[in-house]
Design a protein around this ligand. Structure first.
Ligand code: NI
Length: 188
């Protein structure tokens, strides 16, 4: 397994719109998804989008079924990982759901964000097969958060200018204070 570096706001790669994967799901792409998943488990995430590891392509990994125990090794955190290549939202509900979101690219910061409670999604899976699913609850929230990443949007972009600038200031302070930890966690 290879641990990937996680890019933190305001890095420009997080603002860039990604391009769709062409040529289907190859072994190289599966290796990227496996590494992204290990990186996500290592840093206690439940979702990770390719731009967060500096890759400007439409690739996401999500696992919302990880065991609840704390301090598990990354290998033991594997619940039911899901892989999404070129995800496309076909429909989203008008009903909203509010969730207190965080992001590995905005470490230590959290805010309530309202998103559609239910979405219908088309994507390619780990084997390159086209899938269409309906997602609700936490999965719908995480998918919309991750698909935002593919469009260069962070959860803090959903907040008012005032709230966002307060969070960015806190993030700067957090990053400075945790510099050693962050350097340690950014292992390749
Ligand atoms: Ni995120």
């Amino acid at each position: 397994m290879t641990l990937l570096q996680i890019y933190v706001a305001p890095h420009s790669v997080l603002k860039k719109k990604t391009t769709p994967v062409e040529g289907g799901v190859t072994d190289d792409l599966r290796k990227l998804m496996d590494d992204m998943l290990d990186t996500m488990y290592t840093y206690d995430g439940i979702g990770l989008a390719a731009p967060q590891v500096g890759v400007s392509e439409q690739v996401l990994v999500i696992d919302i079924n990880q065991p609840k125990e704390r301090d598990l090794s990354p290998e033991k955190k594997r619940g039911k990982p899901q892989f999404f290549v070129n995800p496309e939202i076909l429909w989203s509900s008008e009903d909203l759901r509010i969730y207190n979101e965080g992001c590995l690219s905005v470490p230590g910061q959290y805010a309530d964000v309202a998103r559609s409670d239910k979405i219908r999604l088309k994507y390619l899976d780990y084997d390159g097969k086209t899938q269409e699913i309906e997602a609700d609850g936490l999965l719908a929230t995480v998918l919309q958060h991750e698909i935002d990443h593919l469009n260069g949007v962070l959860f803090i972009d959903h907040l008012s200018n005032l709230k966002r600038s307060i969070l960015m200031r806190k993030l700067k302070k957090f990053t400075k204070e945790n510099k050693e930890d962050m350097a340690k966690s950014h292992v390749f």
